[in-house]
Design a protein around this ligand. Structure first.
Ligand SMILES: Cc1cc2nc3c(=O)[nH]c(=O)nc-3n(C[C@H](O)[C@H](O)[C@H](O)COP(=O)(O)OP(=O)(O)OC[C@H]3O[C@@H](n4cnc5c(N)ncnc54)[C@H](O)[C@@H]3O)c2cc1C
Length: 461
């Protein structure tokens, strides 16, 4: 049967753009539909603008630290509209580069919404339909709002926060996720008085317990007010425009903005996946097998819409592997066990592999190497910052199964630790590696003795 196209990609974000470019490169007749801006969440309203704002926020620390090194800095001031404008310029450049690369690959870009109307059929919002040999669902995810909060229409999500017309002098951030932590940390540094409200007893569920505590302490040191075990029950607009947030524990917090960062859900509403005979998971995600193919053999999905590892490089890697498998030489298996992730607070938290608690559940013998120290820069700056590093080792094989770093530039360090772990590094390989001095990273190769070891889940030393 002849099809209009070989490959119809819905969504020009991280995963969709990569899949389309690679498929077109293999000679597949490829169309990509995008209902918003080219580049997707990461480029337009996620990783990239976030990291630019994190950079902006850290000048606050640099100005404060400078005096300890002999500098006198006048009274620094920060102009939010300048930062937003500079960010807009860079995002426009990046989005244009995504478009240019896509078009140069030979893929055709259609800038409108597309929905699935059959196992091999897609309809554009303007009406035309395409038959496609393969359909890729790469529609990403969107922020979700918690149910049962009166006045939630006054709150914003990460979609709006980057472009606020007025800098929020007082900001309530709701949630304990990495996104909540990052915004709390960066807005506090830019000059907001931030209150972080979460239902959980600590930030960053799923991360190593010592690192969660380290991040919590760093935020508290930085001046973020942390409120655990509660959630907003009502948000009221006050005369004069400010917001009043009533919390479930009876407390009241006044703010200029309330940022809700409590979760994200796949963008599958109204997408027509059911029309194609596909069932969604409980999280509204498209379920795929290890080949990234759904229960319908012609429909595939990558990235956030599968709600597995919601990170840009994962979406990209999946899109690439799928296009290689469908139209090229065949895609290699993706290693999901050594995907590093970073929380871009200040300092950063980088993690790869298992937490200490996860390792205890998985292995009969576990060794933990941990160090907690004052970073060298803090000796002169006088800041109270701490660096915490932890290696988790399978006691039987001596392989490193987890690494967790709370440190300046931990994002840069953890990438390289992830390479070592992907290669199967053992603790002895780290020990055999000569240190780089003076650095924080040298601690990774100089932790000689376990700080804790366990047998059968019990601590024995
Ligand atoms: C605030 C924030 C910070 C983040 N920081 C990081 C980070 O530091 N590092 C990291 O790795 N990840 C980060 N992420 C996650 C990262 O952005 C996502 O994992 C990544 O963008 C997923 O890529 P994707 O291709 O699955 O979806 P997306 O990049 O979201 O692309 C999906 C695209 O599909 C389009 N679309 C949806 N439905 C349709 C339709 N029916 N028709 C046409 N087009 C449609 C959307 O408009 C969108 O452009 C962050 C996310 C957020 C929100």
């Amino acid at each position: 049967m002849a099809f209009d196209v070989d490959f119809f990609v819905i969504g020009a974000g991280s995963g969709g753009v990569r899949a389309a470019r690679v498929a077109a490169g293999h000679g597949a007749k490829t169309v990509v539909a995008e209902e918003s801006r080219i580049g997707g969440t990461c480029v337009i309203r996620g990783c990239v603008p976030k990291k630019l704002y994190v950079y902006a926020s850290r000048f606050a620390d640099d100005f404060a630290d400078a005096a300890g090194f002999g500098w006198s800095v006048g009274t620094p001031s920060f102009d939010w509209p300048s930062l937003v404008a500079a960010k807009d310029k860079e995002i426009a450049r990046l989005s244009a580069a995504y478009r240019a690369n896509l078009e140069a690959s030979g893929a055709r870009l259609i800038e409108e919404r597309a929905v699935i109307v059959g196992p091999q059929r897609v309809r554009l919002a303007s009406g035309p339909e395409f038959s496609a040999r393969h359909i890729l669902v790469a529609v990403g995810s969107r922020p979700t709002l918690p149910p049962g909060v009166e006045g939630l229409e006054h709150a914003i999500t990460s979609n709006e926060v980057f472009d606020l017309p007025v800098f929020p002098r007082r900001l309530v951030v709701v949630g304990g996720s990495y996104i909540a932590v990052e915004f709390a940390s960066l807005f506090q540094r830019l000059g907001s008085k931030v209150t972080l409200v979460m239902r959980a007893p600590n930030v960053l569920r799923g991360f190593d317990e010592d690192m969660r505590n380290g991040v919590r302490d760093a935020m508290a040191r930085g001046g973020v007010a942390l409120r655990y075990g509660c959630s907003p029950s009502r948000i009221e607009r006050q005369a004069g425009g400010s917001l009043r947030v009533m919390l479930s524990d009876g407390a009241v917090v006044d703010a200029d903005q309330v940022l809700v960062a409590t979760g994200r859900a796949p963008n599958t509403k109204g997408l027509g996946v059911e029309a194609a005979g596909l069932a969604l998971s409980a999280h509204e995600a498209v379920k795929v097998d290890e080949n990234l193919t759904s229960a319908v053999p012609s429909i595939h999905a990558v990235g956030d819409v599968t709600h597995r590892v919601n990170l840009t490089p994962v979406a990209i890697r999946e899109g690439h592997a799928l296009a290689d498998r469908l139209f090229g030489p065949g895609g290699g298996a993706i290693r999901y066990d050594t995907i590093a992730s970073v929380v871009f607070g200040t300092p950063e938290l980088g993690a790869v592999g298992l937490t200490e608690a996860e390792a205890l559940e998985r292995f009969p013998k576990v060794e933990v190497y941990k160090t907690d120290f004052r970073p060298m820069k803090a000796t002169l700056s006088g800041s109270g910052e701490r660096t915490i590093m932890k290696l988790v080792v399978d006691g039987a094989t001596q392989k490193i199964v987890g690494a967790h770093l709370l440190a300046p530039d931990a994002g840069e360090m953890i990438q390289l630790v992830a390479v070592a772990m992907t290669m199967g590094a053992a603790k002895a390989d780290f020990d055999a590696t000569v240190a780089v001095h003076p650095t924080a990273a040298e601690e990774l190769v100089t932790m000689r003795y376990p700080s804790a070891w366990y047998e059968g889940g019990n601590r024995v030393g």
